[in-house]
Design a protein around this ligand. Structure first.
Ligand code: SF4
Ligand code: SF4
Length: 372
């Protein structure tokens, strides 16, 4: 990396520290861009707003939207964000990235631009075998910054009940191979009132199998299309049973001597939670209501309820902007930041979000039922 680029990246990081949640028009580019490359998936995870069978009639704005991002479009977007000094792009999908026929070319393009690449997968055995993808990942082990996957329990029944269509045994085998190769793994565990007791067992299983990873314990985005995604299943401040599971998990993770690194969730109702996504990152994702021909360049914050249930279907299209700063300071994004700084909610569905509930106009006044 040239000295000039390094100096600019350092300056951007300083601006981020000074401007985050303070000003609406920013002097630094997004810290992170997630590029969703395709909607094809082998799973129907219970919580998934795109593929859960319950999402179909459950009010999801994204269920069943079909698209595949062409390689040429992917490359031009990576080049655009790299030229705009976005420090990190992440390959993801409202689906399984390894179902995209050009996935390895995409990973290699990110490596060519950034030196490293990160991506998401559920490691379906048939899909991975079809492209000999595990060997190809291992060949690039030095250039892979990390791989993200979901893991919902330390045994098959609990995991597969939530990650419908996936195989716990296959996932565990793959994680062992990746961990033995020294590849950094990030496991996402969504904690709820229903499944919090799975967490200690998960840590025990990972440790027993010698798998090193960072385990992100995350609160649920309650999309409200089935019992798992109901408001009543969300981890709230004061949930003693969940606090006890988290404490047990903390102690178990500590005993692994850093094999398992744990990050903890923000409970619903936490008074210090703030919506900071519009200062941090942006994502390319399809949403109902935008031009389907532009799904592969449609910008959203992430898959929160403002997008999945509310009215936030587009923050712009990548190719409409001459550079990253024009995109990042577009009128929609500046207006959203201005609202949040004034204590107002960006969307009528923010009441259902741990970091939006306290904002004025979050819609909470129109909601009956959920116990906060
Ligand atoms: S693997 Fe991911 S995209 Fe596929 S159904 Fe599950 S959560 Fe949705
Ligand atoms: S507060 Fe609203 S816009 Fe912010 S992350 Fe939550 S749902 Fe999304």
């Amino acid at each position: 990396m040239s000295q000039n680029r390094q100096e600019l990246l350092t300056r951007d990081a300083e601006c981020y520290a000074g401007e985050r949640l303070r000003v609406a028009r920013l002097n630094y580019p997004p810290r992170w861009v997630t590029i969703g490359i395709s909607s094809m998936c082998t799973n129907h995870c219970t919580f998934c707003s795109y593929h859960s069978l319950d999402a179909r009639d459950g009010g999801s704005n994204v269920y069943g939207l079909k698209y595949v991002m062409p390689l040429v479009r992917f490359k031009s977007q990576v080049d655009f964000f790299h030229a705009g000094r976005v420090p990190h792009v992440h390959i993801c999908a409202p689906g399984e990235p390894f179902l995209h026929p050009d996935i390895m070319a995409m990973i290699d393009h990110v490596i060519a631009r950034y030196g490293k690449a990160s991506f998401q997968s559920t490691f379906n055995r048939v899909v991975m075998a079809r492209g000999d993808y595990l060997s190809k990942i291992l060949d690039r082990r030095v250039q892979i910054s990390y791989i993200v996957t979901d893991i919902q329990a330390g045994e098959a029944t609990g995991h597969e009940a939530i990650k419908r269509g996936s195989s716990f045994a296959d996932l565990l085998t793959t994680l062992q191979i990746l961990s033995d190769a020294g590849i950094r793994i990030i496991g996402n565990f969504i904690i709820t009132r229903e499944n919090h007791a799975n967490l200690p067992g998960l840590i025990n299983t990972l440790y027993k199998h010698g798998i090193r990873l960072r385990l992100n314990v995350e609160n649920l985005f309650p999309h409200m299309f089935n019992e798992f995604t109901a408001m009543e299943n969300v981890y709230h401040l004061g949930d003693r049973d969940i606090a006890a599971s988290l404490q047990e998990a903390r102690e178990l993770a500590k005993a692994t001597r850093e094999s398992i690194e744990l990050t903890l969730p923000t409970p619903f109702g936490d008074p210090v939670a703030r919506c900071s996504v519009f200062w941090d990152k942006i994502q390319i994702w399809p949403v109902k209501g935008v031009d389907p021909a532009r799904y592969d360049e449609n910008l959203v914050p992430h898959a929160c309820n403002a997008v999945v249930r509310g009215d936030m279907n587009s923050l712009g299209y990548v190719s409409d902007y001459p550079d990253v700063m024009a995109l990042w300071n577009n009128p929609k994004l500046v207006a959203l930041r201005t609202k949040i700084l004034a204590g107002e909610a960006p969307d009528r569905f923010c009441w259902s979000c741990p970091c939006g509930v306290a904002l004025k106009g979050s819609g909470l006044d129109k909601v009956s039922g959920p116990a906060f």
